[in-house]
Design a protein around this ligand. Structure first.
Ligand code: SAH
Length: 230
């Protein structure tokens, strides 16, 4: 078996995440196309040897905090080359994942490549989060809003909570410096309709890298003044 497939299967097993065999193979094909495309269009600075750990497994940690109910609507804000949205679509085949990015070429890459690889429960959306947050077809319509490496938590939460349904959840994937970003944000999160942020630590398999998932429950509607113009 392909080494990366072994790394992915062992990694999901260690993390306790279910990923069907055909979807694991689809994600490795996705990485192949990412590496090839990256030679002409800058999509990632991570070296290929770390794609499984830092792109796939890191993205999949989000699934640990997503309820197992079927047909969830999931929004990935600033998906870039498709992370974490595409791996989550592969792991949650009954959910519908929207891959949002303000760069059209990235959205096209992520959607087309996912579909080519057999991950069809995701669609690209070329827009800015602050614009769709003002559009009633998107505002408070997502069960899960997730994001990695897009903005500091205070700016990010103001984009994420307006798009989350009451009863839904926000998940921000963060590195070790998350602590500073959480200082003094509790009032803002509460004003946006969120519960106090909870931080979960996950160690990525086969490495010492610790990742931090900031989870906020949406407990009440977001007042219409949010998101504010910045
Ligand atoms: N989530 C990916 C990409 C991170 S780079 C990963 O972790 O690998 C940040 C991405 O967010 C870029 O592709 C950028 O175009 C997008 N982005 C930044 N601000 C945005 C906004 N307000 N709305 C939508 N996309 C945004």
């Amino acid at each position: 078996m392909n080494n990366e497939l072994v790394e992915l299967n062992e990694g999901t097993h260690e993390l306790g995440i279910k990923l069907a065999e055909d979807k694991a193979a689809a994600l490795i094909r996705y990485l192949d196309i990412l590496e090839t495309t990256n030679q002409s269009f800058n999509l990632t600075r991570i070296p290929r040897a770390e794609y499984v750990n830092l792109h796939l497994l890191d993205s999949l940690t989000g699934a640990l905090f997503i309820p197992s109910s079927p047909s969830l609507r999931i929004l990935d804000i600033g998906t870039g080359a498709g992370f974490p949205g595409v791996p989550l679509a592969a792991a949650l085949p009954h959910s519908q994942v929207t891959l949002l990015d303000s760069t059209a070429k990235k959205v096209r890459f992520a959607q087309e490549t996912a579909h080519t690889c057999g991950i069809s429960n995701c669609r690209g959306l070329h827009a800015r989060a602050e614009h769709i947050a003002r559009d009633n077809t998107h505002r408070e319509r997502y069960d899960i809003v997730i994001s990695r490496a897009v903005a500091a938590f205070d700016a990010l939460i103001e984009l994420m909570l307006p798009l989350t349904k009451v009863g839904g959840k926000v998940i921000a994937l963060k590195g070790a410096k998350y602590g500073e970003e959480l200082l003094g944000v509790d009032d803002l999160v509460m004003n946006l309709g969120g519960s106090p942020p909870q931080v979960h630590t996950v160690r990525l398999p086969a490495s010492k890298i610790e990742r931090f998932l900031i989870v906020v429950d949406k407990v009440s509607p977001t007042p219409s003044k949010f998101p504010r113009n910045r």
